[in-house]
Design a protein around this ligand. Structure first.
Ligand code: UTP
Length: 438
């Protein structure tokens, strides 16, 4: 597992957006001479990035300069201030339990279906990640989990969404976030498979931004002599990316008021689940978060809580023994509900937090690079960091959240690894238990 550290630096989500927006809206190519680029590099102590410039042909050289001009180096500003961000006071946040949901399931379902039929609910598939742990060169969604036939992860997700389309009689707009590393293959693959039966004009693709990857001292690596090493900038910038890429025009035009954001890797993911939608609307919260009961007190999942009175997620390694064992008056553990990366956000709340700065997390990573002798090195162990903002930090900013319990065996089959915990194997088992033929 990669080590994740939250550093004191805060990423300004708007920065990347503004840079690109300037380019897109005006059509102006950001120009600058070699000297301008060199000055920028000096300012950030990244002169090594032009080490091979003299060896490059004109097109490759210009490509490198252009990439440096467009890259957000501001995240490197606070690298020196590394250290855990001080957490606020952590207290329990009660979840809506399965029993409570069952009692009002009918009315929640009706309320959710009505919102869907009014076109107020959209879905956002976060598929820009690298899926490094799975170890496939293709985007994760293209992974075939079938045994006797082809069953792709994307297919499972779309089939699940189609259940709600059928139940509500309404096509739900599906926004798919990709990144520079997988956009072309993702869009091509889904088109080739006729979007697994989804209506083409209801699927909208958009790309997230990339962030530079560095060594442990904060120096950006060269992935090739003419290319910086970059990584997708995390799943926390999705709404800003939707703005930059014009997706929010669709949201506005269609009157979408709720966006259900979910991870690509959970093949039992229920999307735009009417009961969840209805319960969240009825609760008055700005976000609903699907949660599962932990299978053991020390399970390695982030747990819903309050931090200084606002919803938040406490990571498993931040839980003290006392918190892990704490029980409420009803005998239930107080920190017992883990998030599964399925959140329903109220759109007006997202606009409100859009310009907020988000905490920046740095994650240890194996980064292939060109060394000083000009050789390509593929490290066997982590040799630096990628930088990300995370969707879970948005929950805190939104101010209020309904943790909504779901049955783990029915809704949570994440594929992170090839074998073992949260793997292709474990997901196949869960699919079989749910009657999904593979
Ligand atoms: P993970 O944290 O599991 O990361 O993403 P990952 O990149 O898919 O996998 P590893 O860690 O390299 O093995 C959780 C969800 O967030 C999306 C992923 O695609 C997945 O759906 N994500 C992650 C993005 O959309 N963009 C990112 O930059 C990172």
């Amino acid at each position: 597992m990669n080590t994740v550290t939250c550093i004191a630096a805060r990423a300004d989500n708007a920065y990347n957006g503004d840079t690109f927006r300037t380019m897109n809206n005006t059509g102006v190519r950001i120009m600058g001479s070699y000297e301008d680029v060199s000055n920028k590099l000096q300012r950030f102590h990244q002169e090594q990035l032009l080490r091979y410039y003299e060896e490059l042909d004109e097109a490759a050289g210009e490509g490198l300069l252009q990439q440096i001009r467009q890259t957000d180096f501001s995240i490197l500003d606070n690298m020196g201030g590394e250290g855990s961000v001080k957490r606020g006071e952590i207290t329990p946040l009660k979840a809506m339990t399965l029993d409570e949901i069952r009692e009002k399931e009918g009315s929640y379902r009706e309320e959710g279906l009505q919102a869907i039929r009014r076109g107020e609910v959209g879905a956002v598939l976060l598929a820009g990640g690298m899926g490094t742990r799975l170890g496939s060169d293709d985007p994760k969604g293209m992974y075939n989990i079938g045994l006797t036939k082809e069953v792709y992860i994307f297919q499972r997700i779309i089939e699940n969404l189609l259940d709600v389309v059928k139940e509500s009689g309404t096509w739900i707009h599906l926004f798919v976030m990709t990144s520079d590393k997988n956009h072309v293959s993702t869009t091509r693959f889904l088109k080739e498979h006729d979007y697994f039966g989804y209506q083409e004009d209801k699927i909208h693709f958009f790309m997230q931004e990339m962030a530079p990857a560095t060594d442990r001292e904060g120096r950006i690596y060269l992935e090739e002599k003419d290319r910086l090493a970059t990584s997708p900038n995390g799943n926390g910038g999705w709404f800003v990316s939707m703005d930059r890429t014009g997706m929010l025009d669709i949201v506005k035009k269609e009157g979408i008021q709720w966006l259900n954001c979910f991870a690509v890797d959970n093949v039992l993911q229920r999307i735009a689940d009417p009961v969840f939608v209805g319960a969240t609307i009825e609760s008055g919260a700005a976000v609903g978060a699907k949660v599962v009961r932990k299978n053991a007190p020390d399970e390695k999942v982030g747990v819903m809580c309050l931090e200084d009175g606002k919803p938040s997620i406490v990571e498993y390694y931040e839980l003290t023994d006392e918190m892990r064992d704490a029980r409420g008056e009803d005998g239930e553990r107080l920190y017992n509900f883990g998030v599964i990366l399925n959140y329903l956000f109220r759109v007006d709340g997202l606009y409100r937090i859009m310009s907020e700065k988000m905490p920046l997390h740095k994650v240890e990573k194996k980064i292939p690079y060109i060394n000083e002798a000009g050789e390509k090195i593929s490290p066997e162990a982590p040799n630096g960091y990628k930088y990300e903002t995370l969707i879970l930090d948005m929950i805190h900013e939104m101010g209020s959240c309904l943790p909504y319990e779901v049955v783990r065996e029915k809704e949570f089959a994440p594929i992170k690894n090839k074998t073992g915990v949260d793997s292709v194997e474990s997901a196949r088992e869960l699919c079989k238990k749910n009657g999904i033929s593979l």
